[in-house]
Design a protein around this ligand. Sequence first.
Ligand SMILES: *Cc1c(COP(=O)(O)O)cnc(C)c1O
Length: 394
Amino acid sequence: MELKNKKIETQLSHDNCKKYEGAVVPPIFQNSLFSFEDWEAVDRAFENPDKSFIYSRGKNPTVSIVEEKLAMLAGAEKAQLFPSGMAAISAAIMYCVNSGDHVISLKNLYGPSSNFLTNYLKPKFNVDTTFVQGNSIEDFEKAIKPNTSMIYLESPSTAVFSLQDIEAVSKLAKSKGIKTIIDNTWATPLYQKPLAMGIDIEIHSCSKYLGGHSDIVGGVLMGKAEIIDSIFKREYAWLGAKIAPIEAWLLLRSLRTLAVRMERHQYNALTVAEFLENHPKIKFVRFPGLKSFPQYDLGKKQMTGYSSLMSFQLNTDDIKKVKIFFNSLQLFHKGVSWGGFESMVYAPAIAYIKELNEKQFENMGISMSDIRISVGLENTDDLIDDLEFALNKI
Ligand SMILES: *Cc1c(COP(=O)(O)O)cnc(C)c1O
């Protein structure tokens, strides 16, 4: 049976059992090295390191099974797993840029990605980054310099959920010979297909929805074979950040339920967002699935669904009240990260209050009364009760 011709839910659910004695779940190949019949066999493996199992810092069968599944899901020729989203992101960026190059990215980029560009590549390799708003194609056009080698996107961004017109940006980049990367973690490869829109490298933190059970940290890069093979031979092999077979295996477990989980995440998030939007103690909600979202039409054009991370502003400037709201939530776990089965709440002010002044806060498009929630798979009645309870405390 050819899985390739089946619908995506079917492809995600099934593995080739015949290969593994009929086991419906493939085994974990927990070995560091592989042995060979003879000199010639070793020689053949060395000739094709990206297709051969030699040593688990390179290819590992468990990892390869998951990479093939992810590539299928994203419509990519190839995928490369990494031990974290940041390992994937730094490898992808280093593939795209040389010292002295110029990069264009977003003001509201995921913090560590932004820091890698600003506080690492700039001082060490003189790679300059222009951070743009990214809501219009002119933002990118104006920022292009003769030495621009990469445009790095995140749509929707996970700070303020702003979108970029992916097709327009990739077209512009292609016309100038600029490589494009997108962090597609929010939408998942199920609901947004950036490679089909012309993007060169699609990145995910597998620690979010792809993992979904809050028990793995991982990352993946996807794109044309030529690009992924080059990253495998250089950034993956030489920087040596490899994913453990057990983590890859847990990710395979998670992918089987991705489609059902996302359906529920989306339903729960929309229900909660609509409740929040209509509540008098809430100024506004940022969620691309709401009709009131400023870029709703662009979202509809380039995504086929929504996930469940959103933020909102409480109708108060009093940080004491923001704290009371936060601490009054009982069902929502308090902490960072998102995309798991459990609902989470985080307040950007917890970190920024120590680093930034009010003005810098505003420049990022957020305020002291911003709350970010990741809506999990619980019953929405319970989630809304919890939010209502905390809102009544302020
Ligand atoms: C979490 C996250 C990452 C980093 O992934 P890790 O697996 O934590 O290294 C990158 N991009 C976005 C948008 C994220 O939310």
